[in-house]
Design a protein around this ligand. Sequence first.
Ligand SMILES: C[S@@+](CC[C@H](N)C(=O)[O-])C[C@H]1O[C@@H](n2cnc3c(N)ncnc32)[C@H](O)[C@@H]1O
Length: 214
Amino acid sequence: MCAEDKAVKQGLDRRRYERLAPFYDLLELPMELLAFSRWRRLLFHNIRGGRLLEVGIGTGKNIPHYPENVSFVGIDISLRMLLRAKKRAMGSGRSVELVLADVEALPFRDQSFDAAVASYVFCSVENPLRGLREVRRVLRRGGRARFLEHMRCENRIGGALLDLLNPLVRLIGPEINRRTAENIRRAGFRILEERWLFTSLFRLVTAERNNFPD
Ligand SMILES: C[S@@+](CC[C@H](N)C(=O)[O-])C[C@H]1O[C@@H](n2cnc3c(N)ncnc32)[C@H](O)[C@@H]1O
């Protein structure tokens, strides 16, 4: 795909989330009740103190689970999503710095965060590897990142099915067959724990920025 096509696609993705923002919480409600909200709590396990980046904060569904004594910065490419996150932060009395930004080009200094989290984001970032490398860049040495993501199944039949359905789903939503755990590794992280929450489809990955030179 040439650079121009990529920019157009990125714009389409952003517009999709702009359109989705008012209905996003309602659309996700069944999944939220079934499992998502339970899994969100796991994102912040053992995170204490420091400055934390939330990538693709969306409508701010993780905000009520933010631990105390941590300073949060949330980014998203969709302004409408951020406005909803702002409302949620005010409603839950939490202070979050919200920034309109693309994870593929983060407007932060190298090693300026102690930790990072993302939930259900790297299925829709246009170039996930570039985004993950940016997350690594802004994390301090030894900083940890936690990702709650759906990914391509390890099971052969399940994986093939997701490959088959992906072009259809991609027309209206995210990619469903990304190898996100592998991308996290390729982006310069050491995986400390990979927990399968619902088969290998939904996973919680805890990773540490490796210490190799950039
Ligand atoms: C499926 S939603 C998940 C939102 C939220 N993390 C949650 O758990 O409910 C994906 C979010 O990622 C954002 N997003 C997609 N691509 C992005 C990018 N390149 N940079 C920053 N945010 C992005 C979208 O705007 C959207 O808010």
